[in-house]
Design a binder for this molecule. Structure first.
Ligand code: SAM
Ligand code: DTB
Ligand code: SF4
Length: 316
């Protein structure tokens, strides 16, 4: 397990002829997984829209006219009902997202803690993504039974400045350290398709792989070009670029769960399968991510069946 990849080394892997890259990624994958199992995760926006941040990709930022309606924090019962149906449908991980800049102590955070306790009691891996958190808040989440915290670096340190101005890369890293220090597993990844260079993508992967331990979970998102956001008119990237990103993540962080996250609606079946072959071993299922679309459950299951893939079973 290495934590000292140079940008150049990562670029060399990333730029390999695709078939060589796939072979290496698949070999790394089989050493640690290779059982034709893909984890099904369910995502729920527990607090939608109205976010004060300026993330250029995000339909939930209040400052862009995206048509996303701001809604108050959901009631715990509604969240637990959704978690329960997700479990019925085969999910083993349930992720709750809030369009917050940061967590504020008080009744809303207390309600999120209650949601975490409830989801955990259903036997699901619990994950939250709530923006920046302090060490104390991370400890309270851990105490409530939180398994993972998602906080993405999104892109390279250089590119980040063009995408988000309302908080820094270092603040992101501080939250990740708080999560780790509290004993919660780290879910951290990024987005491609925002106009970043291959070096930016590789710098992000090198940054993730420099963490010791590696993030247990690495979501790779393909930009969903949401109307009204500054990135709405970005040209689409070839899906092979997703395959390269996933494969490189798999090679650098062989034990991590690599998640084929946003953007699957823009990928055909074959492209998604290539990502699974490149080492992705998890998807979000259900017709909606947080606010944007995702393939239909039936289609995902049909694809799994055709490919002889089965959902990862819950851990005993
Ligand atoms: N507000 C919290 C935060 O930013 O950390 C949590 C929710 S935020 C929506 C979680 C992640 O979703 C972002 O870090 C970003 O990587 C991803 N995301 C948001 N909008 C996206 C889009 N249009 N396409 C792809 N990924 C997106
Ligand atoms: C992540 O990396 N991708 C998920 C999850 N973490 C929270 C979110 C994707 C959001 C896509 C845009 C939307 O649906 O609003
Ligand atoms: Fe807010 Fe998170 Fe969207 Fe940024 S990514 S605007 S912090 S909800």
């Amino acid at each position: 397990m290495r934590h000292d990849w140079s940008l150049q080394e990562v670029r060399q892997i990333h730029d390999l002829p695709l078939l060589d890259l796939l072979f290496r990624a698949q070999s790394a994958h089989r050493e640690h997984f290779g059982d034709n199992k893909v984890q099904l995760c369910s995502l729920l926006s527990v607090k939608t829209g109205g976010c004060p941040e300026d993330c250029a990709y995000c339909p939930q930022a209040a400052r862009y006219q995206t048509g996303v309606q701001a809604e108050p924090l959901l009631q715990t019962e509604a969240v637990l009902a959704a978690a329960s149906s997700a479990r019925e449908a085969g999910a083993t991980r349930f992720c709750m997202g809030a369009a917050w800049r940061e967590v504020k102590d008080g009744p809303q955070f207390d309600r999120v803690l209650e949601m975490v306790r409830g989801v955990k009691a259903l036997g699901l891996e619990t994950c939250c993504t709530l923006g920046m958190i302090t060490l104390d808040q991370a400890r309270r989440l851990k105490e409530a039974g939180l398994h993972a915290y998602n906080h993405n670096l999104d892109t390279s340190r250089d590119k980040y400045r063009e995408i988000i101005s309302t908080r820094s890369y270092d603040e992101r890293l501080q939250t990740l350290r708080n999560v780790r220090a509290a004993g919660i597993t780290v879910c951290c990844g990024g987005i491609i398709g925002m106009g970043e260079s291959p070096d930016d993508r590789c710098a992000l992967l090198a940054e993730l792989a420099s963490m010791d331990p590696h993030p247990e979970s690495v979501p790779i998102n393909l930009l969903v070009r949401a109307p009204g956001t500054p990135l709405a008119d970005r040209p689409p990237v070839a899906t092979i670029e997703m395959v390269r990103m996933v494969a490189t993540a798999r090679i650098l962080m062989p034990r991590s769960m690599v998640r084929l996250s946003a953007g699957r609606l823009q990928m055909n079946e074959e492209a998604q399968l290539l990502c699974l072959m490149a080492g992705a071993n998890s998807i979000f299922f259900g017709e909606k991510l947080l606010t944007t679309g995702n393939p239909e459950y039936g289609e995902d299951m049909a694809l799994f069946a055709r490919a002889g893939i089965s959902p990862l079973e819950p851990r005993p």
